[in-house]
Design a binder for this molecule. Structure first.
Ligand code: GLY
Ligand code: MN
Ligand code: MN
Length: 451
């Protein structure tokens, strides 16, 4: 992405800063996997959004002086010949200045000395406030000690007396995706669709869930992606465990398999779920449950356009799911009463979607920015998932036996446009007929038969 994009984002943020203010934002910590070995590093999304800088141990400052002059500063790992032989190249201070547009850059090792000086004379500090907002970002416990040092140094210059949470401001910016971001998300979705189709083509009874996961990972990784979150590959009743990620059981003939997997392409996520029969053919009971979920998803997608409230599509899904549960004999009673009593919660216990972007559960408030007790209205440039499901507990004796242990979710990614919406993940079948046709044609090819 051009350097100018990051500069524009910083300028947008800075436009909200008064004179004599400073903003501080750090990237993620590195995460230990085992002994001295780390997980692959992933920068904090908001930090990357503002800087385009992906190295660990980094932080940024935007400083606005009393005259309104802006200065962008980066704290980075300094160049180190020996360390770079072991761990890879570093931009260093020189690179931060030359390639990342910083007006000033420092070694991150000096941050505790430099930050109190930068805070001196400022009235307002923007930073992450509160534990839940810090998550695993660097220097989450450092702001208070820096302010204490600034107080000690203060000889009448002033110390920030107003602290403002930086997150809600960044989250509002990230909520509306630019054309460039939409293109990244289209790529993430396209590659994820390819991965899901590959799983539909290669699944076989007896295959282990992790082997099928391998097919997904292969398609994603060879296209330059990582997974946006741990993939769920859940055969049979495992699909009733919402966050099942063990993926270590055999897939049985006659069962469905639920796959919730999405690629992350250049820091933008897809989040797609498909549920399909291991054998290639839905049983009658599986088809019945599946079609209720599909109808709910289609009714929900109809509600995804500018002007609708961000929970309207959840309410539409609940209506169709509850109606379907009654028709299947799983719930009984008046549909409106059952909805009022939330009777569906036993079989549908999650929301119908969430913001999607750099984070799979992307940032942004679901409340109206001007009326906190009201829901936000959908607008062009927002991206959401739509993911109704039904999860019939295997041991629920109140349910007709043929439905027990069936878990179905269908999840797509939807961009809100000026005129309605665009499905980003439409390139993988989701009707019973579409799924069976794709799987049949793959089986025919593998058997060397017609197709
Ligand atoms: N894959 C996580 C979710 O669907 O929200
Ligand atoms: Mn998902
Ligand atoms: Mn999701």
């Amino acid at each position: 992405m051009p350097k100018q994009t990051y500069a524009d984002r910083r300028a947008d943020f800075a436009a909200k800063m008064p004179p004599s203010s400073i903003a501080f934002l750090a990237s993620n910590t590195e995460a230990r996997r085992s002994n001295d070995t780390d997980f692959k590093y992933r920068p904090d999304s908001s930090f990357f959004y503002m800087t385009g800088f992906a190295e660990p141990k980094s932080a940024m400052v935007l400083e606005k002086d009393a005259s309104g002059e802006l200065s962008y500063q980066l704290f980075v790992r300094p160049k180190d010949h020996d360390k770079e032989i072991w761990d890879g190249k570093r931009a260093g201070i020189e690179g931060a200045l030359k390639n990342f547009g910083a007006d000033k850059a420092y070694s991150v090792d000096e941050i505790d000395q430099i930050m109190p000086d930068l805070l001196l004379g400022k009235q307002v500090l923007y930073c992450r406030l509160g534990d839940s907002n810090f998550r695993n970002t660097l220097f989450s416990g450092s702001v208070d000690p820096w302010l204490s040092d600034t107080l000690r140094k203060n000889r009448g210059d002033g110390v920030p007396a107003t602290l403002i949470d930086i997150n809600p401001i960044l989250y509002e910016m990230r909520l509306i995706k630019s054309p460039f971001e939409i293109a990244q998300m289209q790529t993430a979705a396209r590659i994820s669709c390819e991965a899901h189709k590959c799983a539909m083509k290669y699944v076989k009874p007896g295959m282990l869930e992790y082997a099928l996961e391998g097919e997904l990972l292969y398609i994603m990784q060879r296209a330059g992606c990582q997974v946006a979150y741990n993939s769920i590959v859940a055969g049979g009743k495992n699909a009733c465990i919402l966050h099942y990620t063990e993926n270590n059981e055999p897939l049985s003939d006659g069962d469905l398999v639920l796959i919730d997997a999405g690629a992350e392409y250049q820091y933008y996520a897809a989040d797609i779920t498909r549920t399909f029969p291991v054998s290639g053919r839905f049983s009658e009971a599986q088809r019945q449950v599946y079609e209720v979920v599909l109808d709910a998803q289609l009714a929900a997608i109809d509600q995804m356009c500018p002007g609708k409230l961000c929970r309207d599509y959840h309410r539409a899904a609940i209506k169709v799911l509850t109606q379907g549960l009654v028709e299947l004999g799983i719930l009984s009673g008046d549909v409106a009463e059952l909805i009022k009593d939330k009777a569906y919660l036993r079989y549908y216990m999650h929301g119908t979607g969430h913001w999607l972007g750099m984070d799979v559960h992307d940032v942004g408030s679901y409340a109206d920015p001007n009326i906190p007790e009201a829901e936000r209205t959908l607008a062009a440039g927002m991206v959401l998932t739509v993911e109704p499901g039904l999860y019939i507990p295997p041991d629920d004796q109140s349910v007709p036996a043929q439905y027990r242990g069936i878990g179905v979710r269908i999840e797509d990614d939807v961009l809100i446009t000026e005129s309605g919406h665009q499905l980003l993940s439409g390139d993988v079948p989701k009707t019973v007929e579409g799924i069976e046709a794709l799987m049949q044609s793959a089986q025919d090819k593998q058997n060397g038969g017609a197709g």
